[in-house]
Design a protein around this ligand. Structure first.
Ligand code: ATP
Length: 328
């Protein structure tokens, strides 16, 4: 997308974020465009999930106002000991794609814990090429850089660790019963609240450069917003919408706290903590690997983050990769 369009949409978003009516004329004056051009940009923002409605004679208004993501505000909520960079971009295809690009182009400039957040993701991704939908102003999408000097093997269990960190980061806001679905999802009241997408750059044997992507539903639009499966969001659970900057900071802080320990010890010491939050603990599950299915009882995870599934033949271990877990 052209930089000019990005800036205009960012400006319109900032105007509408107060939740008040803004006439097409007033917006047009602010962004120095025609009303027709403004209408076009607003249609695009609506297509990306912005809950905007138009009333004749009054103009445009959001169903609910929201606080724009702001790097300074996030910084204020973080303790000052980690010098990592916090960067907010208005529109990105996906924060993981952006961080991967930064690793490829400017790896020397990156430090562990650097993070990029996006107000709008136009091509958010899940695993296996699936898409992640993040309504504008109603979600948190960010990616963090972290390197593993001992290579790919030493990051086994990372997606599980990140799930734990997200749950920890949610607790100070009153969300204290989120659960985890192996290997990369966070659930609340049995519905999906957030997803984790880990991607890596780097060769086996050498330092592995990881991108830790998180998408979290904060306040989903009312009515039809079809993400393809049941979902939950923080604001319906709490009955109010928390400040997204404070929430982002809390999750970033818990990642900054847990990742150094994980890098030292691996996932092993975290297994009891993960198992305590396991959505399917001791339940019957089905694992899907392409066309193949495997069914058994979820018996937790091992020190590498592999899932332990019990059948009458004993315990079988499954590693993340191509496997998808479903309840039965
Ligand atoms: P797996 O068990 O293999 O991880 P998954 O369905 O959780 O399966 P992911 O790749 O983790 O898949 O996430 C992508 C999927 O999440 C999409 O296919 C869609 O069904 C769902 N999804 C997309 N956006 C959201 C959202 N905002 N909230 C909840 N779920 C979403």
């Amino acid at each position: 997308m052209r930089q000019a369009s990005k800036l205009i949409r960012q400006h319109i978003l900032a105007l509408l974020s107060d939740g008040q009516f803004h006439s097409g004329e007033a917006i047009a004056q602010q962004v120095r465009l025609s009303r027709t051009a403004v209408a076009g940009h607003i249609t695009q923002l609506s297509d990306w999930g912005l809950d905007v409605f138009k009333v004749k004679g009054k103009g445009y208004r959001l169903d609910r106002g929201f606080s724009l993501l702001d790097a300074d505000s996030i910084r204020k909520h973080l303790d000052g000991t980690n010098r990592a960079v916090v960067d907010v971009e208005a529109v990105l295809p996906s924060t993981n794609t952006e961080m991967k690009k930064r690793i490829a182009n400017n790896r020397e400039d990156l430090a562990n814990g650097d993070v990029v957040l996006a107000e709008v993701q136009t091509a958010g991704r899940g695993r296996h090429g699936r898409s992640w939908l993040a309504p504008v102003g109603g979600s948190l999408t960010f990616s963090m850089y972290w390197s593993f000097p001992d290579g790919y093997q030493s990051m086994a269990g990372l997606s599980l660790l990140v799930g734990l960190a997200v749950c920890e980061g949610l607790k100070p806001f009153g969300v204290d019963d989120a659960q985890l679905k192996w290997p990369n999802d966070i659930y609340l009241q049995g519905r999906k609240l957030a997803g984790v997408l880990i991607e890596v750059e780097g060769q086996i044997g050498a330092t592995t450069h990881s991108v830790i992507g998180v998408g979290l539903n904060v306040c989903m639009p009312d009515g039809q917003y079809d993400v393809g499966q049941p979902y939950s969001d923080v604001s319906s659970f709490l009955g109010h919408t928390p400040d997204r900057n404070a929430l982002a900071a809390s999750i970033i802080q818990s990642l900054w706290k847990m990742l150094p320990e994980f890098t030292q010890t691996g996932f092993g010491p975290f297994t009891p903590h993960w198992e305590a939050l396991d959505l399917y603990a001791d339940k019957r599950i089905v694992l899907q690997m392409g066309e193949k299915r495997f069914s058994g009882i979820d018996r937790g995870v091992d020190a590498s983050g592999a899932l332990l599934v019990e059948t009458q033949d004993g315990i079988t271990r499954f590693h993340g990769g191509e496997v998808s877990l479903r309840g039965q």
